[in-house]
Design a protein around this ligand. Structure first.
Ligand code: GLU
Length: 307
């Protein structure tokens, strides 16, 4: 097990949820985090975020790991599975509870949607903040936020500011089904694994201030962040299970890797299609250039070559 006392200057990670096979969008995140880590002579870990059994697809975790291996994206150390780490999350919840930061919430999704201010999505209005309404029992556990403005400098997307009280509200750390929320688990694991650099899709940019807030509340260091553009289809939907994005597999002509590197606006060697896969990855590692990455949150996916 890695600990944050290791003297590693750079430790990155890829943290897939096992909700389906690796598709082009998740390959871009894996490749980007791998290349950034290896270019910086860092370590690269893989963590399976299997905290949500209802969303999990049987066999998906193994399939993702095999596909990463097949692309030559080799990780350091053992793969970590969030489902084995509930004790760590419980300890963090206890710490927050001791500090008066948590409260039980009886609200259902529908109640929150009905009482949210129009046009503001699902900002929690604070109904249970000062005690449960009479006759109601707690379903979930929320953390209290305050109205300070959180400011993060993303290595690619620049300054991100969010006032949690206005834009999110007190948010759930233990769900009504008793599962630990992603926002908490990711913060605990990144700190416990000594992650210095998070490189992931920009669909998580809006979650980053919540994670930063939890790091502050728990006295944990904040990693550096780099949010890559996410691949979207013609209707500007993220590629994934919902959009029926197909599984990717390496092919002899490196077409998928070339498509992913092109998506990230990285340079290619002249003979990219003729190069061996390991050779191409090595070349891409040496030539990895953050300044060339597209500075946007969404980018149309290319025609995905089928193997
Ligand atoms: N498990 C999350 C996902 O697959 C990624 C979490 C992260 O990189 O922080 O969307």
């Amino acid at each position: 097990m890695h600990t944050s006392t290791d003297k590693t200057l750079y430790r990155g990670r890829f943290a897939p949820s096992p909700t389906g096979p690796l598709h082009f969008g998740s390959l871009v995140a894996a490749l980007g985090s791998y290349l950034d880590a290896r270019h910086n002579r860092g370590e690269w870990l893989v963590r399976v975020e299997d905290l949500d059994p209802p969303r999990e697809v049987a066999g998906a975790a193994d399939s993702i790991l095999h596909t990463l291996e097949a692309f030559g994206l080799e990780w350091d150390g053992p793969v970590v599975y969030q489902s084995m780490r509930n004790g760590l999350y419980d300890t963090a919840l206890e710490q927050l509870a001791r500090n008066g930061k948590l409260y039980g919430c009886a609200c259902t999704r529908k109640e929150i949607a009905d009482s949210s201010i129009k046009g503001q999505g699902t900002i929690y209005p604070g109904t249970c903040r000062n005690g449960l309404p009479a006759g109601r029992t707690a379903r979930s556990v929320r953390v209290r936020v305050d109205d300070t403005c959180i400011r993060i400098t993303d290595r690619l997307q620049g300054i991100v500011e969010q006032r949690l009280a206005d834009e999110v509200g007190d948010f759930v750390l233990r769900r009504a089904d008793q599962l630990v929320a992603y926002q908490l688990a990711v913060v605990i694991d990144d700190a416990e694994q000594g992650i210095t650099d998070v490189v992931r899709g920009a669909d998580l940019l809006d979650s980053t201030p919540r994670q930063y807030y939890l790091q502050q509340q728990l006295g944990l260091p904040a990693p550096r962040y780099l949010h890559l553009p996410i691949a979207v289809n013609a209707s500007r939907e993220k590629l994934g299970k919902q959009t029926h994005a197909g599984a990717v597999q390496p092919d002899a002509g490196n077409r998928i890797l070339i498509a992913a590197l092109t998506f990230l606006q990285q340079a290619l060697p002249d003979d990219a299609a003729m190069a061996g896969q390991a050779e191409l990855l090595q070349w891409a590692t040496v030539h990895w250039n953050v300044d060339a990455l597209p500075r946007k949150r969404l980018q149309p996916a290319p025609e995905i070559p089928s193997a």
